[in-house]
Design a protein around this ligand. Structure first.
Ligand SMILES: [Zn+2]
Ligand SMILES: [Zn+2]
Length: 325
């Protein structure tokens, strides 16, 4: 189970928020959604599924229930501090959608209230404030990789709920990222590719992933244009898998998954992987800033407009604020 060792922080994060519905719930929570029916309408999740995911997020301390109004059973779901810290992941998703997804129409526009510009999030190094580029990062195995007794219990096979495209009337904007990397194995596979594993056997061994699952996820990533294959041996034909520009552009999203895991789901054995920033040579910690004014992005300092697409339902509520404190 080297994967759980090498990609421990990302793997733990994905155990908490790495399924399709949880990612959609979080996305909507950052757009200001709080109530069960509104989550249901926007995500298209079945009641039982939604209730189970909301409860799991409550159990994991990502959201909490709060009463509103006067009658009983009026519940809202709000982000905790731990949940608010997932913001870079949510913004990373939105940013990628904004660049690469055309099939679902434009995602909501997010405006930085501080500078009144559209938010183009930039991940910068906390030490030197330079924008972080994938080719300027070095990584080495951390102390947790020595503890080979890491439990397999961390591995949760996800249920086969993923790529069912939902029907009319449901907000499908931003489904693209979720359907592209919104399952644990796909996301770990993308992470493995980021860090230099390119051959089937290497990936299979590093991730401890079943070969049929690996073949299926590679096919899926090829079909969405996130990776490409290059022949490196003829008999028998063997391929290397490389991230395309579209795939490499997932870096802020996947790095945000890793960082959130490091901060909020630390291992008792220390980090599994240590990143260094090639520019300043310091251990890499990131901050998400506004590309226009360079201020740190806070979910409370943005205005979100959900009215980009005319849709069938009268679902338009704009402009909205981010989650309230
Ligand atoms: Zn730096
Ligand atoms: Zn700004």
């Amino acid at each position: 189970m080297r994967s759980i060792l090498l990609f421990g922080e990302t793997a733990r994060t994905l155990n908490v928020i790495g399924d399709r519905w949880s990612l959609l719930i979080l996305r909507d929570a950052f757009l200001g959604v709080r109530r069960f029916e509104e989550f249901r309408r926007r995500t298209g999740a079945a009641r039982g599924t939604l209730a189970a995911r909301l409860n799991a997020l409550v159990t994991n301390g990502v959201i909490y229930k709060s009463l509103y109004g006067t009658s009983r059973n009026r519940l809202e779901y709000r982000l905790t501090e731990k949940g608010l810290a997932i913001y870079p992941v949510a913004l990373g998703m939105w940013r990628w959608e904004n660049r690469w997804s055309t099939e679902f129409g434009l995602p909501p526009r997010i405006v930085h209230r501080t500078c009144a510009h559209s938010v183009e999030p930039v991940l910068v190094c906390c030490e030197c404030n330079e924008a972080i580029r994938l080719d300027e990062i070095d990584c080495e195995a951390g102390p947790a990789t020595k503890h080979t007794a890491t439990r397999r219990s961390g591995v949760r096979r996800r249920k086969a709920t993923s790529i069912e495209h939902t029907g009319a009337g449901i907000d499908t904007a931003l489904f693209h990222t979720v359907d592209t990397v919104g399952d644990r194995w796909t996301a770990l596979l993308v992470v493995a590719l980021f860090f230099g594993l390119h051959r089937y056997d290497d990936i299979s061994e590093a991730l401890g992933i079943a070969t049929n699952v690996l073949a299926d996820r590679l096919r899926k990533l090829l079909s969405t244009g996130v990776i490409e294959q290059q022949l490196y041996a003829l008999k028998p034909p063997r391929y290397e898998y490389k991230l395309t520009e579209k795939g490499r552009d997932l870096f802020p999203f996947t790095f945000a998954l890793h960082e959130w895991g490091s901060r909020w789901l630390p291992s008792e054995f220390g980090p599994s992987i240590i990143f260094r920033h090639g520019v300043c040579e310091k251990k890499l910690r990131s901050r998400l800033t506004c590309g226009a004014c360079s201020m740190q992005l806070d979910p409370h300092d943005v205005d979100i407009s959900l009215d980009v697409q005319p849709r069938r339902s009268g679902r338009v509520t704009s402009p909205a604020r981010g989650p309230k404190r």
